[in-house]
Design a protein around this ligand. Structure first.
Ligand code: SAM
Ligand code: SF4
Length: 317
């Protein structure tokens, strides 16, 4: 479906839970989420009905995210049913990788084509710090399981944080020399309550290019990342710049939270509830949310925080 500004909305990101087995400092508070009533959350059937409605309106790509989607007990079933919806061409999933040793193979068999894994540092002590409770060995086991399961594409997402991982940009980019993966650097976004990061933590994507003078630009692949490649690399470097160079004019996304709110913009306060509605009711709400998609996400920097009113674990990134 086309929004009122002519953007064709083809991509729905579904946060299936706001819960997580890590506590990344930029994403969620140390003491976790304030527990919502079970009855406030979308059921599996409601999620699938939403996907069916979305597909009828022209959505072809779904990303399953969270919170941590793999802590959701029925995640494999949700993925299998989503992939089977007529019109859905691609189901992808974003995960911290912790539960991939158990779930990579079933997810691949359920129809998930591509995986994004999140990793902000290559150093075990810094990984433990930024995730508050994570272990690097666990991440590695998850990555190995993802490769063994044979996903079509694996990408690593790394949030650029000044004073934390800007000294590892080259080392992380060099992963693309060793492995057939894309390494993506994402600018830190100032969410509602996403950690106590000072102004120097907000690095523009250009910082990555300064550190990688040999990287050459390659054509974009339909996503929002600007793509580069190191000579001899097996994968691309992706730069995602929601803060320093927003891409709202080309945004084709819609988001659905685990409590059933459609968000036409990651950083706007606008939310449209589909919880408890039948498919006809959902369709009307989808149409309204898409039509009213904001032109852009507003000022976003260390001082101007996101207007989303939620942390990233509740929206899905
Ligand atoms: N738990 C999964 C994971 O970490 O991959 C999926 C959900 S997580 C919210 C999705 C993505 O959002 C992750 O790559 C994470 O690094 C990113 N993210 C979370 N908070 C962010 C922030 N404040 N700024 C930029 N990216 C953020
Ligand atoms: Fe959990 Fe992902 Fe947020 Fe980290 S970024 S706390 S893994 S939801």
């Amino acid at each position: 479906m086309i929004d009122r500004l002519g953007r064709n909305i083809t991509y729905l990101r579904i946060s299936v839970t706001d819960k997580c087995n890590l506590r990344c400092r930029y994403c969620m508070p140390e003491d976790g989420v304030c527990k919502k009533e079970h009855t406030d959350m979308l059921t599996e059937d409601e999620i699938i009905h939403a996907v069916e409605v979305a597909a009828e309106l022209g959505i072809t790509k779904i990303r399953i995210t969270g919170g941590e989607p793999l802590v959701k007990k029925n995640i494999v079933s949700i993925c299998r049913r989503t992939a089977a919806v007529e019109g859905i061409k691609e189901v992808c999933l974003t995960t911290n990788g912790v539960l991939l040793p158990q779930l990579a193979k079933p997810l691949k068999e359920a129809g998930v084509k591509r995986l994004n894994l999140s990793l902000d540092t290559l150093q075990p002590d810094k990984y433990a710090y930024i995730t508050r409770i994570g272990k690097m060995d666990t991440f590695r086991a998850g990555l190995d399981a993802a490769y063994a399961a044979g996903f079509e594409k694996i990408k690593i997402n790394s949030v650029l944080i000044g004073g934390f991982n800007d000294d590892e940009i080259e080392a992380m980019a060099n992963l693309t020399l060793e492995y057939p993966l894309d390494m993506r650097f994402i600018e830190l976004m100032p969410m509602y309550d996403s950690g106590d990061f000072g102004i120097d933590a907000y690095l523009p994507y250009s910082k990555v290019l300064e550190k990688l003078p040999e990287a050459v630009a390659v054509p974009q692949d339909g996503g929002v990342a600007k793509l580069y490649r190191l000579p001899g690399a097996k994968g691309n470097i992706g730069l995602i710049s929601p803060v320093s160079a927003h891409f709202c004019g080309e945004c084709n996304r819609l988001r659905l939270t685990s409590d059933g709110k459609l968000k036409p913009c990651l950083h706007a306060a606008d939310e449209y509830s589909i919880k408890g509605l039948d498919k006809a009711g959902m369709k009307a709400v989808f149409e309204k949310a898409i039509w009213n998609k904001p032109a852009w996400h507003g000022d976003l920097d260390a001082i101007h925080r996101s207007q989303a009113g939620r942390n990233m674990n509740e929206i899905g990134g």
